[in-house]
Design a protein around this ligand. Structure first.
Ligand code: 3PG
Length: 309
């Protein structure tokens, strides 16, 4: 089988080597397309592939139609909002993700950004500490759980709200020393900082709006390492205009990045490129898991991490 690693944002060299070893040791052919620009290069590269490993690369119907042999796509990472799942189902393609594999990397970045912004972007002026500040986790998946674990070391009380709260979540929240918020309003009302950890779905798109943000304290702090589309940017700008101490840190640059930067230079920070999962460790975890999942899929039809119907 031909397996293509297609990443416009390449994995670390060690991860690529590991992926290649796993694929070739199982008797498959390994191909790669890195740092490609525009869809045309990808359209060309997928022509005769059986399997695809991707990151945040956009995979729509056109790409699938251009790859008549394609049987499986593995998104080496957590979020799969970049893959058209309905089109994949129509084309008989199995789509999988690698849940949890890059969670620690993203969780560490949450704290890196919190400290950076609380210390005024290291400009030498008087900043603030994390200790004692109440941290609210919007959703309680793999990344949020790692954030909760690290937050204990910072002595931050942690609240968590899960839009699909289950008994298992509640048990785990207890395990992680987290206080359950039963509604998103309760979460925003009880938190100094809010960190977003939900996937981008129709139900979560633009869910962080003015009415929720206004429940936070005047010096509230929103941290977004999830997806930019979760936040109503105009509402956040309005809150930051009304509240001179409100802060925003994003690993997913908002569409209105320039406006945020110009209006709130010291209270707003965005990474240049989504880098939450961009560590050698996370690249190896997610990339090798993706390669192993592809080998298992072809070996015995293993679809354990399938996310489409
Ligand atoms: C994810 O959903 O796993 C993260 O957003 C990481 O995305 P990336 O692989 O594009 O860095």
């Amino acid at each position: 089988m031909k397996v293509l690693l297609a990443t416009s944002k390449p994995f670390a060299y060690q991860a690529v080597q590991g992926i290649q070893n796993i694929i070739e040791s199982a008797g498959h052919q390994f191909m790669k397309l890195e740092k490609y620009e525009g869809e045309s290069q990808l359209l060309d590269a997928v022509k005769d592939v059986d399997a695809l490993i991707i990151r945040s690369d956009m995979i729509g119907k056109e790409i699938m139609k251009a790859a008549p042999n394609l049987k499986v796509i593995v998104r080496a990472g957590a979020g799969y909002d970049n893959v058209d799942l309905d089109a994949a189902t129509d084309c008989g393609i199995c789509v999988m993700n690698t849940p949890g594999q890059n969670a620690n990397a993203v969780a560490e970045l949450v704290f890196g950004m919190m400290i950076y912004v609380q210390r005024n972007q290291f400009d030498g002026s008087v900043g603030r500490e994390l200790s004692g500040r109440r941290l609210g986790l919007y959703a309680f998946g793999n990344v949020a759980k790692m954030v909760a674990k690290i937050a204990r070391g910072f002595d931050m009380p942690v609240y968590a709200y899960s839009p699909t709260l289950t008994h298992d979540d509640l048990r785990k929240e207890g395990e992680y020393g987290v206080i359950t918020a039963y509604t998103n309003k309760e979460l925003f009302r009880n938190s100094d900082f809010i960190s977003l950890h939900m996937p981008l779905l129709e139900e979560t798109r633009y869910c962080v709006n003015y009415s929720l943000l206004s429940l936070m304290p005047q010096d509230g702090f929103l941290i977004n390492t999830a997806r930019k589309e979760l936040v109503v940017e105009d509402d956040l700008i309005r809150i930051m205009e009304e509240r001179p101490a409100f802060q925003y840190a994003a690993d997913v640059k908002p569409d209105k990045h320039e406006e945020f930067l110009q209006k709130f230079p010291k209270r707003y920070f965005a990474t240049s490129k989504k880098l939450g999962a961009q560590t050698t460790d996370a690249n190896k975890n997610a990339g090798l898991a993706a390669a192993n999942q592809i080998v298992a899929f072809f070996r015995n039809g293993d679809e354990r991490f399938k996310v489409n119907q």
